[in-house]
Design a protein around this ligand. Structure first.
Ligand code: UDP
Ligand code: MG
Length: 204
């Protein structure tokens, strides 16, 4: 049984994908997590290898099934015919395309910390398919891609950002991209106003 109690030390992994870097959206994307009150505790720029990308997406043994089913539903909900009917065949193809996409240029990997970090970041990031992502989210505001368009181009959905899907996934992903010494422990002054039971010490 997982301990689901929110804590200000909850963490999540974000990767600004190559299209986010190429579209000069590093500042815009980072700003949105930062202004929510989350704390940046690790950051680096790198070009991932195909092996790192494959490992990243298969850390969760359920990812292949869940993502395949989600993509099929994305087609069916719009009255479209999915290109394949087996979720595992779909994800095998998605994974090959992801390896090309995620290694096509530099990415920014970051760890953000704060209460409810995983669901808060998913909310700010928006749903996987930009065509369906809510307005006001990163994927909803800056992308016009869809499953259909990307499949026609035999490429990945370009949706700017990766964000961990669950606390369990986040923990594994953070370990995959960062060593312990790359993650910093420090206090942000604003945490007092976000988390402390009493707000005092403001007036002089
Ligand atoms: N993806 C894709 N085609 C699909 C489904 C996913 O290209 O039909 C890509 C997309 O870039 C997505 C990534 O694979 O962000 C990982 O998929 P997942 O279902 O984990 O979505 P996420 O967690 O990124 O929202
Ligand atoms: Mg995911």
């Amino acid at each position: 049984m997982q301990n689901n109690k929110p804590s200000k030390t909850d963490r999540t992994l974000i990767i600004i994908k190559p299209d986010g870097v190429q579209r000069s959206l590093i500042g815009e994307i980072t700003k949105r997590y930062e202004r929510a009150g989350l704390k940046l505790v690790a950051i680096k720029m790198l070009v991932p290898t195909p092996e790192m990308v494959e490992k990243h997406y298969t850390l969760d043994p359920e990812w292949r099934r869940i993502t395949g089913e989600k993509t099929i539903k994305g087609y069916l909900d719009k009255g479209l015919i999915p290109p394949l009917t087996d979720p595992f065949e779909i994800t095998a193809r998605i994974l090959e395309r992801l390896k090309k996409y995620m290694t096509s240029g530099p990415v920014i990997a970051m760890v953000w910390q704060g209460a409810h970090a995983v669901p808060i970041v998913r909310k700010i990031t928006g749903g996987t398919e930009p065509l369906q992502s809510d307005v006001g989210t990163i994927r909803g505001d800056f992308v016009l891609d869809s499953y259909q368009l990307s499949d026609e181009g035999e490429r990945s959905v370009r949706n700017l950002v990766h964000a961990s899907g669950s606390p369990d996934e986040a923990e594994k992903e953070i370990k995959h991209w960062f060593s312990d010494s790359e993650i910093l422990n420090y206090r942000l002054i604003q945490e007092q106003i976000i988390y402390d039971v009493n707000i005092d010490g403001i007036f002089e």
